[in-house]
Ligand binder design. Sequence first.
Ligand SMILES: *Cc1c(COP(=O)(O)O)cnc(C)c1O
Length: 426
Amino acid sequence: MSLAERDAQIIWHPYTQMQTAVMPTGITSAKGACLYDEEGNEIIDAISSWWVITHGHCHPYITSRVNAQMQKLDQVIFAGFTHEPAVVLAEKLLRILPGNQQKVFYSDNGSTAVEVALKMCLQFWFNSGAPRKKILAFENGYHGDTFGAMSVSSRSAWTAPFDQLLFETMFIPLPTAGNIHLLKAKIQEYEDELACFIYEPLIQGSAGMIMYEASALDQLLEFCKGNQILLIQDEVFTGFGRTGKHFAADHLIQQADIMCFSKGLTGGLMPLGVTTCTDDIYNAFLSQDKLKTLFHGHSFTANPLACTAAAASIDLLLQQNTQDNIARICQQHRLFREKLAGRQGVKDIRQTGTILAIEFYTAESSGYFSNLRDALYSYFLERQILLRPLGNIIYILPPYCIDNQQLQYVYDAIESALAEFSPHHR
Ligand SMILES: *Cc1c(COP(=O)(O)O)cnc(C)c1O
């Protein structure tokens, strides 16, 4: 039996309707921008394996560092103990983050990084003696799948079975030059009840790669700060070069109080989450009173192997060669975007750094559950490309090591898909 057949008998996959799903593809190895399946096919990983692989699969520098670390220290409780990988990673990370980020809290994934951020904010106000309990977020936002993260994410088909149990969040639309006054007025109404504002900077990934202006966001952030609403910048997706700069923060003037990281943090080798904060947040938990402690932790908090992978990945990010690759991908995307603009079948094409999204026109209703989505997914996989459309939106966000020839192969496949699936041609 193949891996896929053995899997199908006993495994339940994420975001997958198991009754109608096609057989999973069994992967036996990976290198650089490519995956290798059990039939020996080479598949270009054009979405960085769900947005996590930054420098390519099995990068020799990261794997060798982790290999050395695992001979030395595998895992140790992180309450009352510490270790070099956790300290080194915190030092490296703070060196490249906005200057106001001064403390590092570890967890395991993006959702937990968000949970920690929310708890920091709510308890900040609790500890202050003047509690604020409401949370502000963007419509269409996505911050993860645990209950707190779901609560501050947009209500959707994904959350419908749980909506009754999610805590109330105040949602506002993305800011534009036109609506900023309305948004400010709405926020002002609840001003002293709002504990924090959580947002995906510059781009809402899961919503369909919806992009918006840094300048409008800056205005909104400045206004929130003026009203003492704490800012949680969720850079789980945008961190570590994705937007063309190290962080989305590097496109903004206003600095957040708290930042969340995961996905590209370890270069994709291991799961890890990080929540960073300012000294102001941290200091609000310092007390002789034990009740003011942040009571949060996970068994694998700051796992030494994951921290080692992340530190190695940051080393690579800072190398000139990586920066050149990121700039090259941005440039290639730009050329392809200009080529496709106005093309029949293209409803919209947009880019933020290394992320390129193409919205297909569709006759049927678009959206996450459209049949077009399944057809496109299979179409690309048949051509040995992993692209995972969000409804009628195809996006490319490749590992930075992808070469121009591989990129061109993906662009060409998208062009032929446009011709094939455009409603005008049917
Ligand atoms: C993916 C994502 C998360 C959740 O991260 P997981 O590791 O999948 O739990 C949170 N926020 C944003 C912006 C994301 O894109």
